[in-house]
Design a protein around this ligand. Structure first.
Ligand code: ADP
Ligand code: ADP
Length: 227
């Protein structure tokens, strides 16, 4: 586990005058679940992509623990990511989808089996390990995508609107499931959503953004009761 710190993190896309993200200062504590919330286009994904190493930083710093990671490749950041379009491999079983990152890392088979079992327990996927994604529900597929992301036990977990493709009823159910999984893992998590209810029900703290600028960071309770 590790904290994540951004210092004056700024992104101005090429051909644009105005920064998409303007001097974001955030500190996400070890093991914390922080939700980044705000309307579409306010810069949430831009922030997450830079932290994950998928987008260059225009200025400012990103620290994981004490380490400045601006110049680290995505794969060297000890970060896992889940996005709304969970790209599972349709021809592979749940087991192999979750195991995939370990298989390409040439982890020994018995160790893979043990780790997949551990993650499957946390995600309640034990009974589905032999199925292919086509025979899973949307919520189950989302849990498999999370399984594949966390199988290597990253220090930091980034999620960008992971529930937005699900129908409303399932989305509500998955909110508490995802929050529960995060707490079980204790992994430092940044979760992006435009849904205020999602933010207020899931986060240890909520960071509210508007037009590239951070407006407020606080616990859901304090935000709710703010004058
Ligand atoms: P959010 O995730 O909050 O919806 P984004 O971070 O995706 O917001 O976008 C923030 C701003 O940056 C928007 O104005 C968007 O149009 C712009 N933007 C996002 N990606 C790019 C890109 N690759 N090139 C140019 N502008 C972009
Ligand atoms: P092999 O027969 O090639 O030595 P294994 O017997 O380890 O390989 O696994 C055969 C297939 O079953 C592989 O696709 C593997 O990823 C998968 N597998 C291994 N262990 C489990 C398990 N506990 N549950 C579900 N699938 C598994």
């Amino acid at each position: 586990m590790a904290s994540v710190t951004t210092r004056a993190l700024t992104k101005t896309y090429e051909g644009s005058e105005k920064p998409a993200l303007d001097a974001l200062d955030l500190e996400i504590k070890d093991g914390e679940f922080l939700v980044l919330v705000g309307p579409s286009g306010c810069g949430k994904s831009t922030a997450l992509k830079m932290i994950g190493g998928l987008e260059d930083v225009t200025s400012g710093d990103i620290l994981i623990g004490e380490q400045r990671v601006n110049d680290y490749a995505s794969r060297d950041r000890d970060i896992a990511m889940v996005f709304q379009s969970y790209a599972l491999y349709p021809h592979m079983t749940v087991f192999d989808n979750i195991a995939f990152p370990l298989q390409i890392a040439k982890v020994p088979k018995d160790e893979i089996a043990r780790k997949v079992e551990e993650v499957a327990n946390i995600l309640q996927l034990q009974a589905l390990l032999h199925r292919k994604p086509g025979r899973l529900s949307g919520g189950q597929r989302q849990r498999v995508a999370m399984g594949r992301a966390i199988i290597r036990r990253p220090s930091v977990f980034l999620m960008d609107e992971p529930l937005s493709n699900l129908d409303a009823k399932l989305r509500v159910k998955m909110r508490s499931e995802v929050a529960q999984i995060q707490r079980t893992l204790g992994v430092t998590t940044i979760y992006v959503t435009h849904d205020q209810v999602e933010a207020m029900t899931m986060g240890d703290r909520v960071a509210l953004m508007r037009a590239g600028v951070l407006q407020q960071v606080d616990t859901p309770d304090n935000m709710y009761h703010a004058p």
